[in-house]
Write a protein that binds this ligand. Structure first.
Ligand code: 0A1
Ligand code: ZN
Length: 849
């Protein structure tokens, strides 16, 4: 069956449905190829909505029967849904459809993964389960009966009853269809419990496939911590008797916040020290928190329409980053978030896919689960909090929950609570939701008669989405420091509202150093002409951990660009600064590890393009390698001592302290391996009792050209563990020398374990490949062709995962004309593929521009 025809949906066209749903009853008779779904829905027409139209979404369904108040009806059916005549008074709609979960490879709607039934309904998957008004502003209570001869049968809400081959669930909280979930299969529970702040006992379960029981303990603890944190920090208590999490192997995204029944990609929940890295543990803790926090920001208060996606996602990402900051190191978390934002959101915001945090139109909503909606959406909330202050933020959130509980809301509703609490007019601030593009913030300094003047000028490049951007409200956190690094003036948030604005700081006998955009107080590109000496000063002395790290990063960026573009030698200030960081035992190891990292090669390419140069991926790769090698040689004798000091003697814990040490040891090991040819890495690999140390050592060995035997042995050891084998695939691609990356991928896709229909496995190989900047951008275009071949192959099977990976091509305009032509040819080839999905068509068309 074909997808529905592509049409563009506009925010301005929103109209309410015109019917209230009093209740929804669903009955599932499960069978892999012939599942029957019966629905019984009580509709009440809203008589004040005269233009109302009874339209139920439905795609790829076989309608068996339909009736109104028990009388059979024959609806008009289109590829998008059905309509039929309905009475002007409350009525009962019943229908029965048949679907084939075993044939559903798109992983949207009801599908099967390793013999287990599961659902993914956000954003518009419920319409592949039954005919229904599948829109987030239609909320109702659901009662679900599942008939099936399987040990575990789950749905949303509280368990009402169960027998040998059936179970019944009732969710008392009205919800939109995108939060519906059903899971059925041979699963085992890792149980837990939580007593809420009002003393209610909640049953917790983490459901996994038999064999995965040993990977549940960390996730369960993370869930309990999240529940407690949301009570303590946001005053939010859980609202059902049970909270279930299920791990599935085939999943397009990280996880899904279905009411009372979260469904997780197994990579986002299963963990053990032997099989998972410190980074895996941290990500799992954050995703569990994120999905749990959605219970209030997303489920109890949901979105009126999909244009408001950032209402739940921006806020929930913001909340999960607050949680991680509280559980771990706030400085390290902030820097990590900025690294991610620059790597994923900035290219989107500065290329053909640019869209506002709240887009105004779309063809396929699945294409808008983006870094802009999520991460920039969270940055916008961080700015709002910075502008109004912590207290007003807390008050506004209390008001938001009190005023809008049970509703489907808009960004206007969200901003209004802040306006009501603070008396501010947020009209201009709202542009952060309406305008695409990353603002450039240029700063110029002058010093005269004891007064430092900072003049800021903002401008946002025009884009197709926002042809004429207007000035935005930019909170600029500034602190002043003296020549020895003492704080002369505490951090202050300057509020920039105009295109150009000057701020004055008076009363200083000598010129202070201005530390600007502390904590990355706004998602902008700061343009500041600083000498290398000044950058080195901030790297040595800034009291703001973000700005201190940023100074080191700017030095790295400058020297790498000079090396790649002009063949310059590595900059001495950068090298001296890094040696000082290496020597500084007082610094948090995790922070030191971050300081030692280089900007990503794609980010360097972006910076060069921004400055009017044409980036050469090979030159960028060589510059990065040379700089690492030079630093290794300069640091030489220091390294073994730091490596030794960063060893952890206690039993493995994935906490901030231990993982910080391992991160530093890993960074130092990679430098040492350039000098000792991998001897230390071999020892670490042989001795390691956890995956973090194993993988960091194996990466070093591969880079030193010595890992072949270990890679083979690693496979034999872990061949039965899907998540570890994903890492095995990924590492080989990531560590391939640029000239060999294409061949490495071509070899790996022949491997019997390359199950390309599994999104995790596909991403482990092809996703890792698109992240290999010099390998993907090989001069002869072989990388582009290889990716396009695989996108064309995957599209009919899984449009969502295909469409997401198209974004690898979004930066094509940065490169030389030869590469541009090579990429364009592949974009044209993909676009010309007969039957290309709506998802991929929209992405390719937008990228082509
Ligand atoms: N709401 C989920 C993410 C999610 C979105 C779409 C999906 O399928 C198209 C699946 C999950 C979250 O923010 O975690
Ligand atoms: Zn989310």
């Amino acid at each position: 069956m074909k997808d529905a025809a592509p049409t563009t949906v506009y925010l301005k066209d929103y109209t309410p449905f015109g019917f209230t749903l009093e209740s929804v009853h669903l009955t599932f008779d499960l069978a892999p190829e012939t599942t029957r779904v019966k629905s019984r829905v009580l509709f009440r027409p809203d008589l004040s909505a005269p233009g109302r139209k009874f339209f139920l979404h439905g795609e790829q369904l076989k309608l068996l029967s339909a009736a109104i108040d028990g009388k059979p009806v024959t609806p008009v059916i289109t590829p998008e849904g059905l309509t039929c005549q309905v009475p002007d008074k409350p009525f009962e709609w019943t229908c029965e459809v048949e679907i084939a979960p075993a044939k559903n490879t798109a992983l949207e709607g009801l599908y099967m993964s390793n013999g287990m039934y599961c659902t993914q309904c956000e954003a518009e998957g419920f319409r592949k389960i039954t005919y229904y008004p599948d829109r987030p502003d239609v909320m109702s209570t659901f009662t679900v009966r599942i008939n099936g001869d399987l040990p575990v049968l789950l749905s949303n809400g509280n368990a009402e009853g169960k027998g040998d081959d059936w179970a019944e669930w009732h969710d008392p909280w009205p919800k939109p269809s995108y939060l519906f979930a059903l899971v059925a299969g041979d699963l085992v529970a890792h149980p837990g419990s939580f007593t809420t702040c009002s003393g209610r006992e909640v049953e917790l379960n983490l459901w996994v496939r038999p064999g995965d029981e040993g990977k549940c303990a960390f996730g369960m603890e993370a869930l309990k911590k999240s529940m407690k944190w949301d009570e303590e920090v946001y005053g939010r208590e859980y609202d059902l008797d049970i909270f279930n999490i299920v791990a599935v192997d085939d999943f397009n995204m990280g996880a899904m916040e279905n009411k009372g029944l979260n469904i997780f990609n197994s990579s986002a929940v299963l963990a053990s020290p032997e099989t998972s890295t410190d980074m895996n543990f941290e990500r799992i803790e954050a995703i569990i928190a994120h999905e749990y926090f959605h219970n209030w920001t997303g489920n109890r208060i949901t979105c009126r329409d999909w244009f408001q996606l950032c209402l739940k996602e921006g806020l929930t990402v913001f909340r999960d980053s607050q949680f991680t900051s509280d559980m771990r190191s706030a400085a390290v978390k902030r820097i990590g978030d900025v690294i991610d934002l620059r790597a994923r959101q900035f290219p989107e915001d500065n290329g053909p896919l640019a869209h506002p945090v709240r887009p105004e139109s779309f063809q396929e909503i699945n294409n808008f689960y983006t870094a802009t909606v999520y991460e920039k959406g969270a940055e916008v909330i961080g700015m709002l909090k910075r502008l109004v202050g912590d207290e007003a933020y807390a008050e506004a959130l209390d008001l938001y929950f009190a005023r809008h509980d049970g509703q489907a809301c808009t960004i206007e509703d969200w901003l209004k609570v802040f306006e009501d609490v603070t008396g501010r007019d947020l009209g201009q601030f709202k542009r952060w939701y309406q305008q695409a593009g990353t603002p450039r913030l240029k700063v110029e300094e002058s010093w005269e008669d004891g007064t430092l003047r900072l003049t800021f000028t903002q401008s946002t490049p025009p884009s197709a989405a926002t042809p004429a951007p207007l000035p935005q409200v930019i909170p600029v956190a500034v602190g002043l420091i003296g020549p020895n690094g003492d704080e002369l003036r505490e951090t202050e948030v300057l509020e920039m509202t105009k295109a150009t604005q000057t701020f004055e700081f008076s009363g200083f006998p000598t010129r202070p150093h201005a530390s600007i955009l502390r904590g990355f107080s706004a998602p902008v590109i700061l343009e500041r002409d600083l000498s290398t000496e000044e950058r080195a000063f901030f790297l040595a002395h800034d009291t703001d951990p973000f700005c201190r790290w940023e100074a080191g990063r700017a030095l790295a960026l400058d020297t790498l660009n000079a090396m790649a573009l002009r063949g310059a030698a590595p900059d001495a200030h950068y090298l001296d600064g890094m040696i000082a960081v290496l020597r500084d035992d007082a610094l948090d190891p995790a922070y030191r590890a971050l300081m030692l990292g280089l900007p990503g090669q794609s980010e360097l390419a972006a910076a060069q393009a921004e400055a009017g140069h044409t980036p050469d991926p090979d030159a960028i790769w060589t510059a990065s390698e040379t700089l690492r090698q030079t630093l290794a040689t300069r640091a030489g004798d220091l390294l073994p001592k730091i490596y030794a000091a960063a060893q952890v003697d206690d039993p493995y814990q994935p906490d901030a302290e231990q993982s910080g040490k391992r991160a530093l040891a890993g960074a130092v090991l990679s430098l040492m391996s350039r000098l000792d040819g991998g001897t230390t890495a071999s020892v670490q690999y042989a001795r390691a009792d956890n995956m973090t140390l194993k993988l960091s050592a194996l990466a070093c060995l591969l880079r030193a050209g010595k890992g072949a035997n270990d890679v083979a042995a690693f496979y034999e050891e872990w061949r039965d563990d899907r998540l570890v084998i994903d890492k095995w695939f990924m590492l080989q691609v990531a560590e391939a020398p640029p000239a060999k990356a294409v061949e490495t991928v071509k070899t790996l896709v022949q491997h019997p374990d390359f199950n390309w229909k599994n999104p995790n496995r596909f991403r482990a190989v092809l996703g890792a490949f698109t992240g290999h900047h010099a390998g993907f951008h090989r001069k002869d275009g072989a990388g582009y062709e290889l990716l396009a071949d695989w996108l064309i192959k995957l599209d009919p099977v899984n449009p969502q995962t295909t469409a997401r990976m198209c974004s690898a091509f979004q930066t094509w305009r940065r490169y030389d004309t030869d590469r541009q032509a090579l990429i364009r040819a592949q974009l044209d080839r993909i676009a010309a593929t007969p039957g290309l999905s709506r998802d991929t068509t929209e992405m390719i068309t937008r990228i082509q521009g």
